[in-house]
Design a protein around this ligand. Sequence first.
Ligand SMILES: Nc1ncnc2c1ncn2[C@@H]1O[C@H](COP(=O)(O)OP(=O)(O)O)[C@@H](O)[C@H]1O
Ligand SMILES: O=P(O)(O)OC[C@H](O)CO
Length: 490
Amino acid sequence: MRFVAAIDQGTTSSRCILFDQSGRVAAVDQREITQHYPRAGWVEHSPTEIWESVEAVVAGALSRVDGEVVALGITNQRETTVVWDAATGEPLHNALVWQDTRTEGLIRELAADGGLDRFRDRCGLPLATYFAGPKMRWLLDHLDLRERAAAGEVRFGTVDSWLLWKLTGRHITDVTNASRTMLMNLTTLDWDPLLLDALGVPRAALPEIVPSSAVYGPVTGLPGLAGVPVAAALGDQQAALFGQTCFEPGEGKNTYGTGSFLLLNTGTTPVHSWQGLLTTVACQLDGQPATYALEGSIAITGALVQWLRDNLELISSADEIEPLAASVPDTGGAYIVPAFSGLYAPHWRLDARGVIAGLTRFVTKAHLARAALEATAWQTREVADAMVSDAGVAFTELRVDGGMTANSLMMQIQSDILGVPVVRPTVPETTALGAAYAAGLAVGFWSSLDELRANWKADARWTPALAADARETRYAQWRKAVSKTLNWVD
Ligand SMILES: Nc1ncnc2c1ncn2[C@@H]1O[C@H](COP(=O)(O)OP(=O)(O)O)[C@@H](O)[C@H]1O
Ligand SMILES: O=P(O)(O)OC[C@H](O)CO
């Protein structure tokens, strides 16, 4: 048998999945990675642990099959930023994770002159702690790396870049990941001199930007895959869009993991957002123009379920939330807005913090469990509405994937709140599948996008069962709850 291997390096774990020609999972291995919270609002990962977890899951997946791996694709948590020494390859600091808010002061300083949207025309992004460029600037300042970085002695990269360096020895990054730095110009697909200057990041420390699907070189850093062509890298949300075969403008998906990310393919021209979405690169196949997407990034969705489990201890595992929430018919009037690290799309409010609104003595932990699931669905509704305004595209059905889609009640609530059907495919590992598809295309394992499209099959479908007027009344309540989170941090 012949397989394509995908490494999916996510926020909470690393996975390696081997796919066969029909896009079915032939083997999988997974390992959690440690979350470091050195201070309130700071989130770090160890780059060494990330790499060691990748080594372990690749070995684990390979041990489960007999056959040949013809290509390797990478997909990764985006924006998380690594810095390492060019000569020794050793990390110089823990990786700053996408959720980390330590650059808040810098963001406020930059926004003082021109507002949060001052760079949106160039990079498609508002100023926010989320993106990699401000994290690089923090590392440059706090580790006093400016001179060494300008002399090319220091390397910066997002997680794709770190893994590609370890795997092939090349300092490269794919264009979808580069589009999350705030440093890449969306039109030229190259580092933008004005943005580099504004954020104070020297070009000499940055990787070369390459297409998402192309042969980058053979694996040299992992004995089990030695010589296998590394042939794709995509940010995990873009990979899920590809894995869901949303290749045409107007097609989109929502992935429900730690956060949730609704992406809509907008074709080969970047679409400016007026409603707080991000303009981002969806994919670039070798020798072809890039395709773009509008993205609604929501920071906290599955992470709210983790919070109920770990911080409030209302449940002891994530899957317990479904029966608990199903034990009540509604939230008893309670709304949870999990603005734990401010609000991302479509609000982009650094000053917001979480609230539970509508509490009365009637509210039980079951109501809170249900409100946590509704929070994911309402936040998705907000970004879906923004897509309608920005792109004129209303989803007639929504393709979904990610860990939370195992929760059938959650999916029903989502369909009720959007008022459209929600559909989950047979292969739920769409992120890894997208990276495998992009790698397999680059080496000719798959011949066309049509062949990939034919692999997509629906597994489960939920249809709206809530009357439109009830939906809209509750949406108005949700918006009121959101307004309570604002202006909290001075
Ligand atoms: N049955 C469930 N109901 C609700 N949330 C769940 C359920 N199972 C997992 N989750 C949530 O899904 C997330 C994990 O999904 P995953 O796609 O693996 O995330 P990531 O790629 O961000 O690491 C966790 O935040 C977890 O709380
Ligand atoms: O690793 P995930 O699935 O939580 O995805 C994280 C996103 O890429 C952050 O932008």
